[in-house]
Design a protein around this ligand. Structure first.
Ligand SMILES: [Mg+2]
Length: 198
């Protein structure tokens, strides 16, 4: 009887562990604050987060004609890419640490330009993001996770289309909108209670 009880406990612990797919920019890294700060310094226009009401970084939000022009600028700002010096969002690293210590796997799923990868790896190390698995990938849904957290409207739609049986969480931002079947968080403090409710 004792052995059976132990295996039930073991199974319970195993089942409660999750692979949590976490996007970086707009979720852990404050990309908006980073680029708008450098943009104002260089081009003199102040852009507030609330001004960013759709996905994309070209006109009319910025003076850049196409997104590719934005990325050309963002590739080299004072000798490093925009991704080198981004702040983390309040509570993000603490929450990821708590989840990691509880046995969950933090899987980083980031879709980035090729030139940003070294800066992002340095950034992940400097900010002590608790992960052993990092993917730079556009088709994030192909990396098997139980939960996915993202802020990009097209990524959230892809998750819903390709892996609708998984838990999909939108990090609410001014440039994304609610999607049927997608859970919302607006603050890192909301994540663990939401995961516990699954
Ligand atoms: Mg993002």
């Amino acid at each position: 009887m004792l052995i059976v009880s132990f295996s039930i406990v073991h199974l319970r612990i195993k089942l409660s562990q999750m692979r949590i797919g976490v996007d970086l920019d707009g979720v852990v890294a404050n990309f908006t604050k980073g680029w708008t700060k450098y943009y104002e310094e260089e081009f003199g226009k102040k852009i507030l987060e609330d001004n960013i009401t759709s996905w994309g970084l070209s006109k009319p939000l910025t003076h850049f004609k196409e997104d590719v022009d934005f990325w050309k600028w963002a590739k080299d700002i004072n000798g490093s890419s925009i991704f080198r010096n981004l702040e983390v969002y309040d509570g993000s690293v603490e929450t990821l640490n708590e989840l990691s210590k509880s046995g969950h796997e933090i899987v980083i799923l980031s879709s980035k330009p090729w030139w940003s990868i070294h800066d992002t790896l340095i950034w992940l190390g400097e900010n002590k993001i608790p992960t052993k698995e990092i993917h730079f990938i556009e088709d994030k849904w192909t990396v098997d996770c139980d939960v996915y957290i993202d802020d990009a409207p097209y990524q959230l739609e892809n998750f819903m289309k390709k892996v609708p049986n998984k838990k999909i969480i939108r990090y609410v931002r001014s440039y994304n909108k609610p999607i049927d079947g997608v859970f919302d968080i607006s603050n890192w403090n909301e994540l663990i209670p939401l995961l516990n409710s699954f």
